[in-house]
Design a protein around this ligand. Structure first.
Ligand code: NAD
Length: 340
């Protein structure tokens, strides 16, 4: 699969490194508005640098377009690539999360790929972290019985990247749209659709120096979710997960120095109830490589990837509802869009 990459920043560099380790993928072109960035990344992987997207498509004739530029421009590249897909033989497009800055943009992307008849993959990488994948499986297999509540926490320092776009709320959507959308997608995958959202957070002035939010989700199933996100922690990136069910408690803490396996403490009739480690421990596999390998393999096999554009849009919907709740002080009732 010939890959054309959009963006040459942090996430694009991660994807480029992953493609070099994926046997059935070759990074052929890197496009960025900054020639020096496109050139530097291209040189590392033997690709051709571009500042003109159309020219990259015409010259590279890629099988896959991978969009890793800042969020507000995902829509432009997905729509433009889809429009040229049949002429150039483009088979699929991947876009980084969040799928887009608005629901209207998500819909435009879905319409464009449907019309072109090609696959759109939204790169929600948390589903490919071994611990989160295992936790999803354990919940679905009933390891802790009927789930009742779930708490996630994710965050670190305020990110600073190209043009400081993360601190511009109108572009990044703050830590709610950019960061804890990871958890919204994983939670929806694990516990089903969300019915209601209430959130508190720092006010979103256009230029943020810090951000923090605490979001409460009521799932259709009755499960309650507490999702905490922060861009106010100078002490490094931290992730925790805790799920309580009527059979026990499942927890994961990525901040343990040596990396801790998922733990389940079972409800027991005996007075002593020890923790039991789930027998698979985190592996050293790069989850970004796993997600891109999955996408490429699905394209080759002609099957639908495990994350659909609809999933990407619904994660954006939850995040935007949380932002609306922060801004209005009201709880927001959601209705998932019917899949057409
Ligand atoms: N999955 C994850 O864990 C994860 C982590 C970080 C970022 N992301 C997402 O990846 C995307 C990129 O984030 P990043 O951290 O790599 O940003 P970045 O600022 O490091 O890089 C962005 C690059 O895009 C270029 N660029 C800016 N506008 C452009 C345009 N209109 N067209 C083409 N190139 C343009 C910039 O010159 C820069 O090189 C965002 O959507 C972000 O939310 C995902």
């Amino acid at each position: 699969m010939r890959i054309a990459l959009v963006g040459a920043g942090g996430m694009a560099s991660m994807h480029a490194g992953c493609y070099s380790a994926i046997p059935n993928a070759t990074l052929c072109g890197v496009m960025d508005i900054r020639l020096e960035a496109a050139t530097a990344l291209s040189e590392r992987y033997g690709a051709t640098p571009y500042t003109d997207f159309d020219r990259m498509l015409s010259e590279i004739k890629p099988d896959v377009v991978d969009v890793c530029c800042p969020t507000p421009w995902h829509v432009d590249y997905v729509v433009a690539a889809a429009a040229r897909a049949s002429a150039l033989g483009i088979k699929g497009i991947s876009t980084e999360k969040p799928m887009a800055r608005t629901l209207q943009d998500c819909n435009r992307m879905i319409d464009a790929v449907n019309e072109a008849g090609i696959t759109l993959f939204v790169a929600h990488v948390v589903r490919f972290f071994p611990e989160f994948k295992l936790a999803n499986q354990q919940v679905k297999q009933g390891a802790i019985g009927q789930p009742a509540s779930v708490r996630t926490r994710r965050g670190g320092p305020m990110p600073h990247a190209w043009n400081d776009w993360y601190t511009d709320f109108s572009k990044s959507g703050g830590c709610v749209l950019d960061l804890i959308i990871h958890d919204f997608d994983w939670l929806r995958w694990t516990f089903g659709p969300v019915e209601r959202v209430f959130a508190c957070g720092l006010p979103h002035h256009n230029a943020m120096q810090k951000d923090y939010a605490l979001v409460t989700l009521r799932f259709v199933s009755g499960v309650i979710g507490h999702v905490e996100g922060t861009w106010s922690d100078p002490g490094g990136f931290k992730v925790t997960l805790e799920i309580a069910g009527d059979g026990g408690l499942l927890e994961y803490n990525a901040n343990q120095p040596t990396g801790t396996p998922l733990r389940i403490a079972m409800e027991t009739t005996e007075s002593s109830s020890g923790g039991v480690a789930v027998p698979e421990s985190p592996t050293g596999a790069n989850p970004y490589q796993l997600e891109l390998q999955h996408f490429i393999d699905c394209l080759e096999a002609g099957v639908t990837p495990s994350i659909t554009p609809y999933d990407g849009m619904e994660a954006v919907r939850i995040a935007l509802a949380a932002i609306e709740s922060i801004e209005t002080g009201k709880s927001i009732t959601l209705a998932e869009e019917a899949i057409s």
